[in-house]
Design a protein around this ligand. Structure first.
Ligand SMILES: *[C@@H]1O[C@H](CO)[C@@H](O)[C@H](O)[C@H]1NC(C)=O
Ligand SMILES: *[C@@H]1O[C@H](CO)[C@@H](O)[C@H](O)[C@H]1NC(C)=O
Ligand SMILES: *[C@@H]1O[C@H](CO)[C@@H](O)[C@H](O)[C@H]1NC(C)=O
Length: 362
């Protein structure tokens, strides 16, 4: 009897270990759990018809000459992207001046896009950038050499040396940062950069659930962070190696005009198709990132602080992403607590409908 029990226990242990390997190591991920997480809403047949529908449209952006490979290695590189919103830019830059950097080596770059129509730089935006005085390190205002759109703003502005350990954060102009955003980034990069399954680190405290379920995205209450399959674009700090892979992949795959970055079971794929009918996919660079993350089983780490406070907040101003300004800003993190440094060794995973997936051995 005792012997049989032991055998059962061993069997159980093996089964549990196999289950865990599904999650932690993609080589052992024989059942492809990451992919199934997405398949809740859209069936394969639906996806195929979506892909057929999309075939006639061209990839909107092929990749421009990137910014030159950085030769310097700051601790933090802040990349602000802007086109024609000088007041938003000033608000963001002022919040960057108020943040804590612990005398680290910090560089701030403002990238100004050119008009698609006549290639001009928005004068008031340029002057707002020019007159700003950054108190914590080097500051640079860069005019793009031609119109690059939101694709070029995201994909071509960060070009670190591959052996660099710099932390970068890309910020669109209609954000405000918390004073503590850099402390958060230092901690999460230090804790998780060795992982191979992370696409990057989101800074926002609130997000929708991209599978279509209602309510704000949350991780388990006791945890200060969690992993989610889709990036957050309200302040994003990429994982260096996986970002370089993403950019390389994008530049190659976007040459193929018939390729569509559609992922089953998520709303962004539906938006992409609507945009496509309107000829407007040039506003949705993030779909490529979502696809790449899905295809390579990469996750984004999100903060999960009290009241869903963010290390950034978005003012959701009228522009490329929003029609009308929505002035009800989300709460920003004001006060740092030591518990925010208590990062779990294995963060919980949350699927695109906000379901917490816990795999725990008791
Ligand atoms: C950037 O654009 C502004 C506004 O057109 C112009 O005044 C400035 O000289 C440009 N800077 C560079 C380095 O091209
Ligand atoms: C650009 O803006 C600055 C500051 O507002 C102003 O002094 C300058 O005359 C403007 N230049 C043009 C070409 O509009
Ligand atoms: C580039 O893309 C093509 C087709 O999309 C693919 O067959 C090829 O393997 C890719 N090359 C690299 C280096 O990723």
């Amino acid at each position: 009897m005792g012997r049989r029990n032991k055998r059962l226990q061993v069997l159980l242990c093996v089964a549990i270990i196999v289950c865990i390997l599904q999650i932690v190591n993609s080589k052992w991920n024989i059942f492809n759990i990451g992919k199934h997480l997405f398949q809740s809403r859209t069936t394969k047949a639906e996806l195929k018809s979506l892909t057929d529908l999309a075939k006639d449209n061209k990839a909107p952006y092929q990749g421009e000459a990137p910014s030159p490979k950085s030769s310097n290695h700051p601790d933090l590189r802040i990349i602000v992207v802007v086109y024609n919103r000088p007041q938003s830019l000033e608000r963001l830059l002022n919040s960057l001046n108020e943040a804590h950097y612990f005398k680290h080596n910090v560089e701030l770059e403002v990238w100004i896009d050119r008009s698609k129509k006549d290639g001009s730089i928005h004068n008031a935006t340029y002057y707002a950038a020019r007159k700003f005085n950054f108190l914590h390190g080097k500051y640079k205002v860069c005019n793009h050499t031609k119109h690059v759109g939101i694709y070029g703003q995201w994909i071509d502005t960060w070009n670190p040396a591959p052996d660099s350990r710099e932390i970068a954060v890309i910020l669109e102009d209609d954000l405000t940062v918390s004073k503590h955003f850099y402390l958060w980034l230092i901690n999460v990069h230090r804790k998780y950069d060795d992982r191979t399954d992370l696409a990057g680190y989101a800074l926002q405290g609130r997000s929708m659930k991209h599978g279509g379920a209602a309510g704000n995205l949350r991780g388990p209450d006791k945890d200060v962070c969690f992993m989610y399959p889709i990036l957050g674009t309200w302040g994003y700090s990429p994982h260096l190696k996986n970002w370089l892979r993403f950019v390389e992949w994008y530049k190659n795959v976007s040459k193929d005009a018939s390729f569509q970055p559609l992922v089953p079971g998520i709303l962004p794929s539906q938006w992409w198709q609507v945009f496509q009918k309107q000829g407007k996919t040039n506003g949705m660079w993030s779909m490529w990132h979502i696809y790449h993350a899905w295809n390579n089983k990469l996750w984004t780490l999100y903060p999960n602080l009290e009241d869903s406070r963010g290390l950034t907040i978005s003012w959701k101003e009228a522009g490329l992403h929003y029609k009308k300004g929505d002035t009800s800003a989300d709460p920003i993190l004001q006060e740092w607590k030591p518990v925010y440094e208590d990062l779990p060794r294995e963060p919980a995973r949350v699927d695109v409908n906000g379901k917490v997936l816990r795999f725990k051995i008791q």
